[in-house]
Design a protein around this ligand. Sequence first.
Ligand code: SF4
Ligand code: SF4
Length: 383
Amino acid sequence: MPPSTVALIHCENYEPDNVKSAIERGISLLGGMRHFFQSGESILLKPNLLSGRPVEKAVTTHPAVFKAAAELGLDFGLKITYGDSPAFGNPLTVAHRAGLAAVAEKLHLKFDDFENSILTSFPAGNLVKHFPIAKGVRSADGLISLPKLKTHGLTRMTGAVKNQFGCIPGLTKSEYHIKFPDADHFSQMLVDLTLCLKPRLYIMDAIIAMEGNGPGNGDPVQMSVLLISSDPVAMDTVACELFEVPADTVPTNKWGTIFGLGNSNFEQIKLVGDSIEAFYQPDFKVERGSLSTKHQRISKIFKNQVLAKPVIQESRCTKCGSCVKVCPTTPKAVDFLNGDKNRPPIHNYTTCIRCYCCQEVCPENAITLERPMLGRIFQRLIK
Ligand code: SF4
Ligand code: SF4
């Protein structure tokens, strides 16, 4: 089986038996569990646990997908653990809120250590040669990555390549936004991280994906499909094809191909399972302009005139302070004015690096990304 094979499997809903048989069918089309694992290995499931929002908001990997992957692993004789590091907050509390911990308790799965890390050397890294990896990840023999298909302010979409970012515990993740503030360098880091961790298999939950103001506050959209592959770049490329976005405008795809993580040439990807025709969503709400390195450099220079900026909708803001906590800059580029927590925080667009973490974590959908007029013109010109 060539490595760049992606199984597309129709699945209309999250009814557990449907999800399990769909994933089982997809894995079997890729060569079966035996192709990826040996019985007795300890394998960690890495879902997307961005935040503890209700399941129907489509922020996190659905519990039915998590359950099916866990059961298939257990049936094969794997020792299954799970974990993720959310944007902030206690990882296990978020797993409870997202509905995964209840499933895990029934299956006796341990939530592994995602609060402490082991500095892991990766001399082959193109940009990053050491990562602080969660102990829970390091203690497993391998990973199954369970991404959720969503839009993303910085990298346009979050899927298979970006899902490994949560293997870096807690607020250490913020440091990477400071070190690599633009989409290209941030994506190079993500590709190195995925090369370092080498998940054996990816199962993408796109039964209900997220469009619009993702990854934390977009709108759920029915896509009725699961994608399964061992090539994360090919998987994300096929996802782009579904909503008709050129794959190389997603920087994790571009750098994933250049650094040898996988294949973003759609013509070279073998599709198995159900016909892709059934899953096209051309109206999917996602940024569609160019994100090339040259344009990013120009954007950086004219940041305030060109790049989308996070804007707080005061009427929705509950002054919870989550955006302030997650902002990686020093001093904070979003903060309560003079420490007054009775009024919404305000942004400092001069020091803001446009990482969009504040928009990602706001629990009230009170932060939207607004592109200035010049930025909209610039985007139309470079399309
Ligand atoms: S995270 Fe959202 S709701 Fe909370 S203070 Fe910031 S803008 Fe307001
Ligand atoms: S204000 Fe928001 S977008 Fe700007 S640096 Fe802070 S978290 Fe990132």
